[in-house]
Design a protein around this ligand. Sequence first.
Ligand SMILES: C[S@@+](CC[C@H](N)C(=O)[O-])C[C@H]1O[C@@H](n2cnc3c(N)ncnc32)[C@H](O)[C@@H]1O
Length: 212
Amino acid sequence: MSAITPSAQVRPGRNLKWAAAGLGAAAVGAWWMSDSAPYPYSQHRLLDLPLPFLTLRRLDGVLEARRSERVLEIGPGTGLQSLHVAPQVEQLDIVDVQQEMLDHVMCRAKERHIANIVPTLADAHQLPFADGTFDAAYLVTALGEIPDPVLTLSQLRRVLKPGGRLVVGEFFDRHQVRPAHLIGHAGAAGLRVSRFVGPAFAYYARLHPSTT
Ligand SMILES: C[S@@+](CC[C@H](N)C(=O)[O-])C[C@H]1O[C@@H](n2cnc3c(N)ncnc32)[C@H](O)[C@@H]1O
């Protein structure tokens, strides 16, 4: 019978750690590759986890919402941003292609006695609002999963008041609209990016209707 050396004794633990790391990496890779759009409601619990850098505090700093304003949010998911922004404004309109997402937000809003959120089931490619309706609009980790980002940004520009502002938040995943692409899409939609906040893999951008 051969003697077990000290290094052989610690190897199983090490191997387990490597196996766990490999499985973790494979899971992240599988999620990254299979990440579908629109975001499936069945995975809604993940949406409640705050994303690094795309914090609500940063959103506040870029959006600068005011009490008298009517604000539009596209793709609220389970309401991570909606429930935070609604108490700061007069009315928050939320638009989503999935009724389950809208119902989820409205249920949470009711629990918190937030009564100024108005849900609309619609596609961001065709917003059912009159021109110049909103003081501001925002969408967080949503633009990248909407098939036509230029059409979406054009629609957002149309429903914004001339001096309005739009905030786009994007996180590094398979659908992310990279900052350089956002600048291009914005230009094509009659918007200009005035600033970026945060690192390129998790940024907020502030946009305004172009004046020319
Ligand atoms: C990844 S979730 C983001 C949710 C939330 N903003 C957050 O950061 O937790 C994207 C949301 O965009 C919505 N969405 C996807 N395509 C859309 C479209 N064409 N029009 C409107 N909403 C859309 C999805 O249903 C989903 O609620």
